[in-house]
Design a protein around this ligand. Sequence first.
Ligand SMILES: *[C@@H]1O[C@H](CO)[C@@H](O)[C@H](O)[C@H]1NC(C)=O
Ligand SMILES: *[C@@H]1O[C@H](CO)[C@@H](O)[C@H](O)[C@H]1NC(C)=O
Length: 492
Amino acid sequence: MTLPTIWRFTSLFTLLVFVTGEPSNRTFPNHFKFGVATSAYQIEGAWNEDGKGESNWDHFLHQHPEVVVDKTNGDVACDSYHKYKEDVKLLKDLGVDFYRFSIAWTRIVPLGRKDSGINPDGIAYYSNLIDELLANGIEPYVTIFHWDTPQTLEAVGGWLNSTIIDHYVSYARLLFELYGERVKHWLTFNEFSQFCEEGYSTGKKAPFKTLVGVGGYQCTHNALIAHAKTFDMYVKEFKYTQKGLIGLSVDTAWAEPKTDSILDKLAAEEEFMFDYAYYLHPIMAGDYPAALKRKINFKSFFQGYHPSRLPKFSRQEKKLLKGSFDFIGLNHYTTSLCSWSTTKFPSPSKLDDCGVKQSQDPSWKISASPWLAQVPYGMRKVLVWIKENLNNPPLLITENGWSTSDSNLDDEDRMEYYKKYLAEVLNAIHDHGCNVIGYTAWSLMDNMEWASGYTEKFGLVRVDFASPNRTRTPKDSFYMYQTIIKNKKLID
Ligand SMILES: *[C@@H]1O[C@H](CO)[C@@H](O)[C@H](O)[C@H]1NC(C)=O
Ligand SMILES: *[C@@H]1O[C@H](CO)[C@@H](O)[C@H](O)[C@H]1NC(C)=O
């Protein structure tokens, strides 16, 4: 036997032991990256300082404080606009490879349209943040849009008005020009379902519109086109010189059949199509899933909507959409049980279009957010579904985390959640060959949780919102995540 053959057998044997080993002994691949995420409105504060324009969140929470459970807003939040150096110190201490943050459109282009002027102070803020990160060996992963639409554009329809597409693309081009030499990972959008469905259909997020069964589809349509045009523009104008990667973050719960019955399995598949494939299929294949189109078009016809409530992509748009990603970002938190609904949903509505009733198992542990139950297997199942149905794209987990109502430093529940979910990420990689390239914990610190105000805390770091200093204190979960990152494995 020649030496190389022995070597080959030996490594095969090692590999076998490795694959069948206890989950806690499994390691994350060498190239696997760890990070932590935030978003501009939730942490920055300084809502009108140094030339920043008004966003839809600024506007609506000032006009209608009652839409937030504790009647708070993001005027100051964690004050990261002034304390970003302290944030970067925490990130450095945590040991992350990257920091995923978002840029406030209104800090860069205060009135939304580039031809109405840009803001040098806002541009300097992110430039300084990026420099501070790079000086500390942390890669900036930038979300271009995390829900804070310029109010000037919201006032003329926001994401329901297709003229926003070109304004968005101009804003994105400006970011590539300004920061593209230093930023190599871009996310065009964060969670279509949240700012579109909840923003324009169910009225739970800014701009709090309730065009049920209509608004969400229009918003998603325009945002998907804006994504595709931005990807195309980056490829044509910047990719060759800047060599960065573009993705997007799509959120989904895992849809688990309520029972083993065929009907419940079909219901879960239907839910997953409406909740996930609806957003990703266009990016992958150039159009909405055929079954989804058929169903919404059919219902729309009999409800008297001509044309359908679901807009159509032009041939040119389909071409731009197809394959418009370098990697996919997944925000995943929880799972729901699915069965066909026996009661009628309001019509028209996305719920009615889908027709599936979602519930939680009474045995599941629930966080401070009523929708967030701890169901670790859901993480593995989503990753395996993506591998099997979407041709195993490079996948970055862009958010995952647990909320508590208090900000105690001994946050056992959060630690348990992270350990169990990360164990399932390892299972997906080692048992199923899922192409997961990194993981992002949500969130670096307690922050402004949209319409839940400061009542749901997702932070690895406590923020004292009663102090004008917004003092930051790492929780136990911070040190646990630090150890996981250092060892690239889970330690009991
Ligand atoms: C859409 O936005 C443009 C400005 O970008 C505005 O002129 C137009 O009136 C808006 N359309 C609607 C229906 O609000
Ligand atoms: C805020 O920070 C300053 C400077 O470090 C310190 O002097 C002051 O006591 C702090 N205030 C509070 C309320 O923590």
